[in-house]
Design a protein around this ligand. Sequence first.
Ligand SMILES: *Cc1c(COP(=O)(O)O)cnc(C)c1O
Length: 374
Amino acid sequence: MRIYLSRPHMSGHEERRVAEAFASNFVAPLGPQLDAFEAAMRDYLGADVHCVALSSGSAALHLALRIAGVGPGDEVWISSMTFAGGIFPVNYLGASPRFFDLDPASWTIDTARLSGELAKAAAENRLPKAIVPTDLYGQSVDLDTLESLAARYGVRLIVDSAESLGATFGNGRKAGTGGDAAILSFNGNKIITTSGGGMLVTRHEHWADEARFLATQARDPAPHYEHSTYGYNYRLSNICAAIGLGQMAVLDDRVARRRQIFARYREALAGPGIGFMPEPGDRRATRWLTAITIDPAQAGTDRESVRLALLAQGIEARPLWKPMHMQPLYRGAPYHGEGVDERLFETGLCLPSGSDMTEAQIDEVIGHIRALTG
Ligand SMILES: *Cc1c(COP(=O)(O)O)cnc(C)c1O
């Protein structure tokens, strides 16, 4: 593989931060670098939120759902087009998902449809415990609408912002500050990375306290190990947090570069049958991955031909997330939609979008695609 979809992109600050952690022997799950990483994120988000650094984004979602009280017999309403880590924690807790389609104008959860279903569910006394919309490919959901729906119906709102750190919406509000809680991911392929890691961001101080408690094996205050509930070993290592500290210094640059890459692709590839993920006027996405659609009736080629042609050149491109209601695991789960997500899966392709791509690499990808689309 010569050109990857999205690779870790170090800034040069990380090794010094890790060396500092070593020098003080904080080669442990807790330590000053972890505290500093959480504080840096809180400063960056610039909102009245609490940040808890964890071993992954999935761990953050697991804790958020547990703290929201999700358990066996509960429903969680969720965007169908998402990544496994953004839904599997629903299974960990014995709850059931109900899937929602996307709004074609934003490729984020269709809030009109969600609103209609919430009204019906309220009338039938079967409201979900929580709603989990995804900031798809780095585009913030319509948070104002979602927050007012969650408040009206008294359901918890947990936003999957794993792909949208650095995105804004509305009057410059930052993605990752929404709902009762938001989750972030620092996996190797995300906007910034700690090699692996995640964060729970919440406006409720008691959620943050409980997340820290549950993430460190639920130890009650006592000199010995005392437990009145079960927990997890979910804290981020202090060494990984040191990498994250180095990455925070370049977060806005990373987002700017990904947006630039998207703009380059759009300029060079826009044409009959080629579509790009839309960006509504009040939102500024991270463009974590450039997502395009290829309409075989007009483009003279199809998604799979383009993907395979790129692969033959050592270029990694991937279909969009396969909607969860189409996965064998979730066969039979309720789905509300018209298949906007199904069509995006059929025709959509994520192009190499790493912030470390060179101009020559972008040109190379463009050249191969243009050769097929004429
Ligand atoms: C990456 C990602 C996650 C999970 O993050 P991990 O840190 O890999 O556990 C969850 N949801 C979405 C949409 C993601 O892209």
